[in-house]
Design a protein around this ligand. Structure first.
Ligand SMILES: NC(=O)NC1NC(=O)NC1=O
Length: 152
């Protein structure tokens, strides 16, 4: 989210990628519920229309594939679509989970379970998942060598 990046920029210099990720995490934690919901709305549905049209970002494509979401049976895809629809109707933002830390069965189960949560709880749970996605993406972007050379 470019707004988060622009805000976290003021915390420079960062010791390393972990420090940068924790600054992003702190920023997301400090957002009010409406801000957390806004960040969640920037995310594509899991195995949704964008994925099926091949229009996800390369990061999302890789993450969703690592959970096995690109090899779902027709029945699994239908279940995912129905649950995603119910979730978005209830909360007004899409279901977000760190796909690299879950497999498709855990994602389908989590989607069903999290549908029962209260809206505020779910905005916080979703934002915590965004923090995990953000951290893994940052660690990919910042090569270990660059930590030795100069602060970010
Ligand atoms: N909706 C959702 O969780 N999307 C994602 N999760 C993840 O790890 N990558 C995504 O694109």
């Amino acid at each position: 989210c470019s707004l988060c990046a622009a805000a976290v920029w003021r915390e420079r210099p960062f010791r390393d990628a972990e420090n940068l990720a924790s600054c992003f995490g702190d920023f997301i934690d400090r957002l009010p519920i409406s801000g957390k919901e806004g960040i969640l709305r920037l995310h594509p549905d899991l195995a949704g229309r964008l994925a099926q049209a091949g229009q996800l970002t390369s990061e999302s494509t890789r993450e969703q594939a690592s959970a096995g979401l690109n090899t779902m049976t027709e029945e699994e895809r239908q279940r995912m679509t129905n649950l995603n629809k119910r979730y978005t109707q209830k909360f007004g933002f899409p279901f977000v989970i760190c796909a690299r830390e879950n497999k498709k069965d855990a994602i389908l189960r989590g989607l069903g379970e999290r549908l029962e949560n209260a809206p505020q709880t779910e905005a916080i749970t979703g934002a915590n998942e965004v923090k995990k996605i953000c951290r893994l993406r940052l660690l990919d972007l910042v090569k270990p060598d660059s930590q030795l050379n100069s602060p970010l």
